[in-house]
Design a protein around this ligand. Structure first.
Ligand SMILES: [Zn+2]
Length: 238
């Protein structure tokens, strides 16, 4: 059965819901950070059943969409100048660019103070900030991985062989068949609970390489609130 869209109305506005089929046993309604609505359904689900679910969850849909609307517009271009906000471990910090002899980045309660050297061109500010992000990610990701291994009761020998930090455009992490765990550097902008969600997801791939029903039920057992963490991650870092 191919995917299709259901149309309904919410507060006098047309609302379109994409129905996506997936091998699962229950219906799941989702509101994505871009406010679009998606219903994941087992193959062969009667469209009338999907329609009823959509009608029944109106109040929830409204609340979810309101929640995401507060973060819009989602993409703000960063200029790397004083005054704009940047994220570090889920904290929204105000960038303060200063000139000085020694290159440095400092985090205080509300500020991220970046000194790229004597020149404060945005290009240098960006390079300084991202090399600092990378240094922090190296420590923080290792620490999160250790914690997640304990949570999964994995012995060091059964965990990933190595951890690498990458810049991915559209994924948070991956686990290679050779057990290299790769994590997106962008995760350093997210809260630790969101980093853990990605690490646990990837660690589940050690046992179950594909996203089959077994994978999702394993993830559900290990981290019952993974969906909330995923939504938070996508919302905060958007
Ligand atoms: Zn995966």
């Amino acid at each position: 059965m191919s995917d299709y869209s259901l149309n309904t109305e919410l507060d006098g506005q047309k609302l379109s819901c994409r129905v996506v089929h997936s091998r699962r046993k229950t219906l799941q309604l989702e509101v994505l950070p871009d406010l679009s609505v998606r219903l994941i359904a087992p193959p062969g689900t009667n469209p009338a059943v999907c329609s009823r679910m959509l009608e029944r969850r109106r109040g929830w849909l409204r609340a979810q969409r309101q929640f995401f609307r507060q973060f819009h517009p989602l993409t703000t271009r960063r200029e790397y100048v004083s005054g704009e906000t940047h994220l570090y471990l889920g904290r929204r910090l105000r960038l303060k660019v200063v000139a000085g002899r020694v290159k440095s980045v400092k985090v205080t309660r509300h500020h991220l103070t970046v000194c790229p050297g004597e020149s404060t061109s945005p290009r240098l500010v960006k390079a300084t900030l991202w090399s600092w992000y990378r240094e922090q990610a190296t420590d923080v990701f290792q620490e999160r991985l250790r914690g997640c291994m304990v949570r999964l009761k994995l012995k060091p020998d059964d965990g990933p062989r190595s951890l690498v930090i990458r810049s991915y455009r559209s994924r948070w992490g991956s686990m290679s068949p050779k057990r290299t765990l790769a994590l997106n550097i962008d995760l350093i902008r997210a809260p630790r609970e969101c980093i853990d969600y990605v690490v646990i997801h990837e660690l589940c791939h050690l046992k179950l390489p594909h996203h089959g029903p077994d994978f999702w039920s394993e993830l559900e057992t290990l981290m019952p609130d993974w969906r909330q963490r995923k939504v938070k991650l996508e919302t905060i870092t958007a």
